[in-house]
Write a protein that binds this ligand. Structure first.
Ligand code: SF4
Length: 252
């Protein structure tokens, strides 16, 4: 039994199976975000060359006033951010981690106690489960990029409020524009709702390929939820299989 099979067995995900092809579902990019000072200020259009595709144009101009920031500049901006009340409870901001040119982008909700202490997303039990999920599809943490919608830990690890998501989302959008991943996996309702601008349930969003500005997006469960509901791990594996199939189809 090789290492991957051992991990799949540990996750109750063995034997592995392959999904059939699923249709792409376009989700309209309409936002109800309230206006926010600074990050929603009108921004000059990023210079676009005549050879750019529509997707490249959209990515280059994502993130509003943040649209011209480099990765180091964006990190610095987040580090000093005081746009919402979550600033007061943080030990530090949790920006994101991984390969900044990764093909895979995983998006979670917000830092918890371990992330707040270390400054890295997805550490602790949920982080170890995510690492095992990555291993199951033959990926290492260093090969993907991982970020949260919210960069500061909410008090008592509550779900972030709408205004907090609206304040912080432009940072994630700029991260996506900089990474330019080939696929996004939204882990949990907060990530899915923020990127797809929908209040639909995870159950109704799973099992389909969505679209985020030309990038295929798969919705799945947050690892913290899987720790509380281990019976859902099989569905999570279905989502990962769909993501791998979508990635393979896109690069074929
Ligand atoms: S959660 Fe986001 S918007 Fe709020 S203070 Fe932290 S970095 Fe700024």
């Amino acid at each position: 039994m090789d290492r991957r099979e051992a991990v799949l067995r540990e996750l109750n995900l063995y034997p592995a199976w392959v999904r059939r092809e699923q249709p792409v579902v376009k989700t309209p990019d309409v936002t109800n975000e309230p206006p926010q000072a600074d990050v929603f200020a009108p921004a000059p259009m990023h210079e676009v060359s005549s050879g750019d595709s529509l997707r490249e144009f959209q990515l280059k101009n994502a993130g509003g006033a943040l649209g011209s920031l480099t990765f180091p500049e964006l990190k610095e901006k987040v580090r000093g951010c005081e746009l919402c009340s979550l600033r007061s409870g943080r030990t530090q901001t949790v920006f994101g981690v991984g390969n900044e040119q990764a093909h895979w982008l995983f998006v979670g909700e917000a830092p918890g106690v371990d992330e707040d202490a270390t400054g890295e997303p997805f550490v602790g039990h949920a982080g170890r489960l995510l690492d095992n999920m990555l291993l199951a599809i033959k990926l290492k943490r260093s090969e993907v990029y991982i970020a949260n919608v919210i960069k500061c830990r909410p008090p008592d690890d509550r779900h972030p409020h709408v205004g907090e998501v609206a304040s912080c989302l432009p940072y994630l959008k700029r991260q996506i524009a900089l990474v330019q991943p080939k696929i996004i996996v939204a882990l949990g309702k907060t990530a899915a709702s923020a990127l797809l601008h929908t209040d639909a349930t995870i159950a109704s969003l799973r099992g389909r390929v969505h679209d985020y500005q030309g990038i295929p997006l798969i919705v799945s469960f947050h690892p913290a939820y899987l720790l509380r509901s281990p019976m859902e791990k099989a569905k999570s594996w279905q989502d990962l299989c769909l993501a791998v199939e979508t990635m393979n189809a896109g690069s074929g």
